[in-house]
Ligand binder design. Structure first.
Ligand SMILES: [Zn+2]
Length: 349
């Protein structure tokens, strides 16, 4: 009996030890979460690092009864956070800064990050968004940090490098970048865009081996400054399609140059998702999938991904989102909240 009890005790100790080893290894490889929130053709992308630090890129639109702020708060709840540490405003168009007031009324925010002051002072809707943002800052509750290309955001757990902002782009290539870009041959360009889009903040996120690129609404010509003649961004696993997949951005030099495994287009039913921009992403070498927040009406049958890659189909809108669970070995799972089915992307060698 005695020896049987000793064996049982030894087994219990062994099981406890192995459980704590599992717990330690799980703790070391805690994932980073990314939510592409549906704000109907605006932007709201939430990053939560393994340490629970958070960065939200843009706040969606104003109005609609706080619809976009509510959807962002729902994402924070799903991620298990009760405060957003940093809210980065890429630029002052109303689909990006519009929701700032409503968001600030719903959840604590640590600091706002921006590119500096509004440059489009002759545009009434832009001035409305800028003035509302100034009011939020004037409460004195928030730190304001203005950043420029080359700056690294003060967020532990992942590296967020600003690569464009204030009309400028990164001067020197990132690590694992700087190669000659074979996709710089001249092609017809869209009309020049000198609005706030040109001043958009954009960033590259490095989490272990995983790299994500999000340039905000940066126009095509500015993408070329980042990508030609040398590719300053390197290869990326995930591309957030520039400017909601609108054809004023999304050059082959960028899209085909960074060779994304997965692209996510944060478009609305009637905003972004231009057929020519869709074609460039869709034909990108090595692309596994093009995810879209919405079926694009302009894209029609020929320029939309199959339903499994769409968060919101044609018709009534459920506000469905994408959630990426990313690991530092470069592997990630991408969940479409509409289907509830995650797709796993393995680490690359
Ligand atoms: Zn936009």
């Amino acid at each position: 009996m005695k020896s049987a009890r000793h064996i049982a005790q030894a087994l219990t100790i062994a099981i406890t030890l192995s459980q704590s080893l599992v717990a330690v290894s799980a703790g070391n490889s805690k994932p980073l979460q990314i939510y592409c929130v549906d704000v109907e053709g605006g932007q709201a992308t939430l990053f939560v690092t393994p340490q629970g630090e958070s960065l939200l890129i843009d706040t969606g639109w104003d109005g609609y009864g706080g619809r976009d702020a509510d959807r962002i708060v729902a994402a924070t709840k799903d991620a298990g956070i009760s405060k957003i540490d940093y809210v980065l405003i890429t630029h002052y168009h109303s689909d990006h800064v519009g929701g700032a007031t409503q968001l600030a009324a719903r959840i604590p925010i640590g600091a706002f990050i921006d590119h500096g002051d509004n440059t489009e002072t002759n545009d009434a809707p832009t001035m409305t968004g800028w003035n509302a943002y100034q009011k939020v800052l004037a409460t004195g509750k928030y730190k304001r940090i203005s950043v420029k290309p080359g700056d690294i955001l003060p967020i532990p757990g992942a590296e967020f490098v600003i690569v464009n902002g204030g009309g400028k782009v990164l001067e020197k290539p990132l690590s694992n970048a700087g190669m000659k870009n074979e996709n710089c041959k001249p092609v017809p360009q869209p009309a020049a865009d000198h609005t706030e889009n040109e001043f958009s903040l954009g960033l590259v996120m490095n989490f272990g081996k995983l790299r994500l690129v999000d340039l905000g609404d940066l126009p095509w010509a500015k993408e070329l400054e980042l990508m030609c003649p040398v590719n300053k961004l390197g290869k990326a696993d995930i591309l957030i399609a520039t400017h909601h997949g609108f054809n004023g951005s999304g050059s082959p030099a960028l899209v085909h140059g960074i060779i994304p495994r997965v692209a996510i287009m944060e478009n609305g039913a009637k905003k972004g998702g231009s057929p020519s921009a869709w074609d460039i992403v869709h034909s990108s070498p090595g692309l596994d999938a093009l995810y879209q927040l919405h079926w694009s009406e302009e894209g029609g049958a020929a320029h939309n991904s199959p339903a499994e890659y769409l968060a919101n189909l044609d018709g009534p809108d459920g506000g469905n989102y994408f959630k990426i669970t990313a690991r530092s070995d470069g592997s990630f799972d991408l969940l479409n909240s509409r289907t509830g089915k995650p797709v796993s992307y393995l680490a690359q060698k």
